[in-house]
Design a protein around this ligand. Structure first.
Ligand SMILES: *[C@@H]1O[C@H](CO)[C@@H](O)[C@H](O)[C@H]1NC(C)=O
Ligand SMILES: *[C@@H]1O[C@H](CO)[C@@H](O)[C@H](O)[C@H]1NC(C)=O
Ligand SMILES: *[C@@H]1O[C@H](CO)[C@@H](O)[C@H](O)[C@H]1NC(C)=O
Ligand SMILES: *[C@@H]1O[C@H](CO)[C@@H](O)[C@H](O)[C@H]1NC(C)=O
Ligand SMILES: *[C@@H]1O[C@H](CO)[C@@H](O)[C@H](O)[C@H]1NC(C)=O
Ligand SMILES: *[C@@H]1O[C@H](CO)[C@@H](O)[C@H](O)[C@H]1NC(C)=O
Length: 512
């Protein structure tokens, strides 16, 4: 005891150690600042690759119980199911067959590439594993350039999902990449997308008596840099809203990629679990969010994950992905992204001829829904616990507000902190220590005032940042590998000074 006090006194004299050792003092406005954004309880939602939805959901006679259990763990915390978007690149070769007996029939190449996804009425049973409060965004084929495919897809969804659960309809996937294919000219540009969107939504709305403002617009793949072929802003400028069909805007985000060797080389865990990288990347979308909001519409990330072309072994299938997820979603929410749909699926061999991955459930999936050669038994991935941290951070109201906290000068750039208010009172604080090692101490004495005893702390942790065993990655002391809590729940307190320690590669939620 005495010795450590002496050591502490000693290091306090050394400027280099002062910042590492001195607690990070948080000072939070008691009422939310104007810049705080509304926090949707469904902010952490899902996108599931169209052709793999039955693998994740099962059917009425054999529902996927792991999927059900994991989603139930979220619903217990937020009170609603996450939004579900069956979608992705396979939507653009999907065809509805009302007479198909099976849920799905894939036309594949010898190497496992999906040429075509034929789906029948039984396909929709896969959605029944999700709670009724999970709203469905339904995507239809635009890529093939045949309006009859889209018409049949929408008609089937209205019949089999119904407007109680249908939240929005979406035309195609990543239309900014269509110029690479054979169904559009190589000159296919933003104005062409906008005019096709207007034409098709107008026809489908009349033909199928759809409500106004039913559609997601956008859903583009490219980052919105100056070279992006189409963005939310470009289609708004071209009048995409003039037909009254747009409900909200979406774009996709994949910060890293294994689609080609140069990008594969920089898709490392060090680059991924890096707070300044995450914020700099998401900041690219601020003009797109502003454009949607200026028109009274939500902006969502309709599909995203950390590393495109199905993730990366030893990077996205380890606990570090949980830290990346928690920071990405909280920061995204704090800049006005209403919801982010985390993509789940399996490697698609046609996505890139140069990609690093072979077929199998994606390395970035939050869970592996059935037994597979790649992963063995069905189970949650090490990153699943991030969705529990997020569920408890967002709470149960839909009216909470969030803002990122600016931390005292000298704080490690790898510490991220967010404040969450309920009505006019600070309710929760999230602190993420994204560094792989090195503890930080966080001083909440100013935030809790004289009430340090009342505050409780829950912790997301694992033995190391590259932990792969989901029985060792925990939320509040419990692991969820099979979808049910294992182990005793651990609810901590702040210490007598109102401090809490956060180890390297850990996140905590402080409930005030
Ligand atoms: C439901 O799924 C199970 C397991 O994949 C399968 O064996 C069964 O044929 C399916 N039932 C129907 C009606 O498609
Ligand atoms: C969901 O809604 C359907 C149709 O209204 C109903 O049959 C089903 O029992 C509901 N499921 C749950 C879990 O409440
Ligand atoms: C469009 O759909 C037709 C009918 O399924 C198919 O023959 C054709 O190959 C598709 N085109 C592309 C580019 O997928
Ligand atoms: C919808 O379009 C189809 C042709 O694709 C046509 O046969 C049908 O009459 C149309 N229905 C309505 C209500 O416009
Ligand atoms: C991300 O973070 C690493 C340090 O961890 C840095 O070297 C890299 O340049 C950053 N940017 C990108 C785009 O990866
Ligand atoms: C991942 O790590 C394992 C050992 O833990 C190794 O066998 C494998 O080659 C690594 N994969 C990649 C893509 O680096």
């Amino acid at each position: 005891m005495k010795l450590s006090t002496q050591i502490k006194a000693l290091v306090l004299c050394l400027p280099a150690f002062v910042h590492a050792q001195s607690p990070i003092a948080l000072d939070i406005a008691r009422t939310p600042p104007k810049s705080a954004r509304t926090l949707d309880r469904r902010v952490a939602s899902f996108s599931i690759e169209f052709s793999y939805l039955p693998s994740f959901g099962g059917n009425n006679s054999a529902p996927n119980e792991l999927t059900r259990a994991l989603v139930d763990r979220i619903v217990e915390r937020t009170g609603v199911g996450p939004d579900i978007r069956p979608g992705g690149i396979t939507v653009d070769s999907s065809v509805y067959d009302p007479n198909l007996k099976d849920a799905i029939q894939l036309v594949t190449s010898a190497s496992g590439g999906i040429y075509k996804t034929v789906f029948g009425p039984a396909y929709f049973e896969a959605l029944n594993v999700f709670p009724n409060s999970s709203r469905i965004t339904w995507s239809v084929n635009l890529g093939n350039n045949t309006v009859g495919f889209a018409q049949a897809g929408v008609k089937a969804a209205v019949e089999h999902i119904g407007w109680k659960r249908l939240f929005a309809l979406e035309l195609g996937n990543e239309a900014d990449h269509y110029s690479w294919g054979t169904t559009r000219p190589h000159t296919w540009a933003s104005a062409d997308y906008t005019s096709q969107f207007l034409g098709w939504t107008s026809f489908l709305t009349r033909n199928l008596s759809l409500p106004q403002h039913a559609w997601v617009a956008g859903g583009f793949a490219e980052d919105p840099t100056s070279s992006a072929p189409m963005t939310t802003r470009s289609i708004i400028n071209e009048g995409v809203e003039s037909g009254g069909a747009v409900k909200l805007f979406a774009q996709h985000t994949y910060q890293y990629s294994t689609c080609d060797p140069p990008r594969n080389a920089i898709a490392t865990l060090e680059h991924l679990v890096d707070h300044p990288n995450i914020t700099a990347y998401l900041d690219l979308w601020k003009p797109q969010i502003a454009a949607a909001n200026a028109n009274g519409k939500e902006f969502i990330v309709g599909e995203y994950n950390s590393v495109s072309c199905s993730g990366k072994q030893n990077v996205t299938d380890v606990f570090g992905q949980a830290l990346w997820l928690a920071d990405t979603i909280l920061y995204g929410a704090s800049i006005g992204i209403a919801r982010l749909h985390l993509h789940q699926g399996a490697t698609l061999v046609f996505q890139s001829s140069q990609q690093a991955n072979s077929p199998g459930y994606s390395w970035y999936d939050l869970w592996y829904p059935t037994e597979s050669d790649r992963y063995g038994a069905a189970r949650a991935a090490p990153s699943f616990v991030a969705y529990l941290l997020l569920a408890e951070a967002v709470g149960r109201t839909d009216t909470a507000r969030i803002a990122p906290l600016s931390l005292p000068a000298g704080t490690s750039p790898q510490v991220a902190a967010y404040a969450i208010w309920e009505r006019s009172a600070i309710a929760r604080v999230v602190v993420l220590n994204m560094a792989p090692s090195g503890d930080v101490s966080v001083d909440l004495s100013k935030v809790v005032g004289g009430n340090a005893k009342k505050a409780t702390v829950k912790r997301m942790t694992a033995p190391t940042i590259d932990e792969k065993d989901s029985t060792k990655t925990t939320w509040a002391g419990q692991a969820f590998a099979q979808g049910v809590a294992e182990g005793e729940q651990v609810i901590e307190k702040l210490d007598a000074q109102g401090h809490v320690d956060v180890r390297g590669a850990e996140g905590v939620v402080i409930f005030l």
